[in-house]
Design a protein around this ligand. Structure first.
Ligand SMILES: Cc1cc2nc3c(=O)[nH]c(=O)nc-3n(C[C@H](O)[C@H](O)[C@H](O)COP(=O)(O)O)c2cc1C
Ligand code: SF4
Length: 361
């Protein structure tokens, strides 16, 4: 099942394995990708994954989450992005651009005064953020749309909107960070207005047939945050919003990237809630979060709950894992989920720094 073809809108994919968006930290201070990123995408494409989703790319300078993030906020980025997509296509791979705005979740090194739906601070954000003026909301919607247009012009096979992990779209949908009492806040319809408008503005730029999908945070996992039933209700509206698929994730920060996945029973940690969401949409579902073993991935597909399996850390550890699984050389990723992949120094990029598993583990 893992190695049967699949489809996201008009995009045909050779198998059901996806490289989940992974911030590579391989761009310069203006967001232009460094040669290391091209080399990484070459390795991933050669490794047999059906679709590569880029690390999140910032749609406006005000949305740059952290240093070394890739940018897609200006037409000047297009030539460098074209080089990336050509590299992947030359290897026979497919690549989607993940587009994002950090809102209140950005580092002091990258954004002096973060903006968010409402002024908020800890514990949701690391520092205080300023409430967005209505004009800024409109400008930011257009920034997403222009970023999607640039992705299409750069040769990306699809666009993925980042609507998870506590960034701007999640900040609008979550009642914890959206305390607005205008048309952008309050009831669930108002809290999803920003996302609906982003989807509509993107469609106006890329046309009806270009594949556009979302990574959606179905829960916040925080007290007074987005409830699972609300998350499922939002997912049920994605066809109407013109989306072609949904990757279901959840949590803010490290809750989305759970540590210590060592047993099959700990894998696929969003599957119980994805199962609840399944009857509410006919869109293809990408399941993400802790998949490590071939049999657990196969089970998720065969049950009909998921259509694709998205992997992040297993492909940091071994970009060639899909081919190893297909050839029967590997039944399970050797990633130990201790989360030592994020760089601690500049100019080092993501890298696997966990020790190897002891023999026989
Ligand atoms: C180093 C690192 C960078 C990540 N960057 C992103 C990102 O840019 N966009 C995103 O949606 N998720 C990002 N994630 C989350 C992963 O895509 C994924 O949802 C999560 O790690 C769970 O999947 P896994 O168990 O296969 O790692 C990142 C995770 C890690 C470890
Ligand atoms: S650093 Fe650890 S968690 Fe990250 S990919 Fe390597 S083994 Fe997995």
């Amino acid at each position: 099942m893992l190695f049967t073809p699949g489809r996201i809108g008009s995009l045909e994919l050779p198998n059901r394995l996806v490289r989940s968006a992974t911030a590579e930290r391989m761009a310069d201070e203006k967001g232009f990708p460094k040669p290391e990123l091209e080399a990484l995408y070459t390795e991933l494409a050669q490794g047999g994954v059906g679709l590569i989703i880029t690390g999140h790319m910032y749609v406006a300078p005000s949305g740059k989450c952290h240093e070394e993030m890739t940018g897609i906020y200006s037409d000047e980025h297009i030539p460098a992005l074209v080089r990336l997509t050509k590299t992947v296509h030359k290897e026979g791979g497919k690549i989607a651009a993940q587009i994002n705005h950090g809102g209140g979740s950005s580092n002091a090194e990258t954004v002096a005064e973060p903006i968010a739906p409402s002024s908020a601070g800890e514990p949701y954000f690391m520092r205080s953020a300023r409430s967005m003026a209505p004009g800024e909301i409109e400008e930011t919607i257009q920034a997403y749309a222009q970023a999607a247009r640039r992705a299409k012009e750069s040769g990306f096979d699809a666009v993925q909107i980042h609507g998870a992990h506590g960034y701007l779209i999640s900040q609008f949908t979550s009642p914890l960070t959206n305390k607005r009492n205008d048309q952008w806040g309050g009831n669930i319809e108002n809290r999803t207005r920003f996302l609906r408008r982003v989807c509509q503005a993107i469609r106006e730029q890329v046309g009806p047939d270009y594949p556009v999908f979302i990574k959606f945070g179905i829960i916040d996992g925080l007290e007074e945050g987005l409830l699972p039933e609300e998350g499922i209700q939002i997912i049920s509206q994605f066809i109407e919003m013109g989306l072609d698929a949904v990757e279901i994730s959840g949590g803010v920060g490290y809750q989305s990237t759970r540590k210590g996945i060592r047993k099959p029973a700990e894998e696929g940690y969003f599957m119980p809630i994805i199962e609840e969401a399944r009857p509410q949409t006919d869109l293809p579902i990408l399941a993400v979060g802790g998949f490590r073993s071939r049999h657990v991935m196969e089970r998720a597909l065969l049950s009909g709950v998921a259509d694709f399996i998205s992997l992040c850390r297993p492909l940091i550890r071994e970009p060639g894992l899909p081919n190893l699984i297909q050839s029967g050389e590997r039944e399970k990723s050797t990633c130990i989920s201790a989360n030592n992949c994020w760089p601690t120094k500049m100019n080092t990029g993501i890298a696997c720094k966990c020790p190897a598993l002891p023999e026989g583990d």
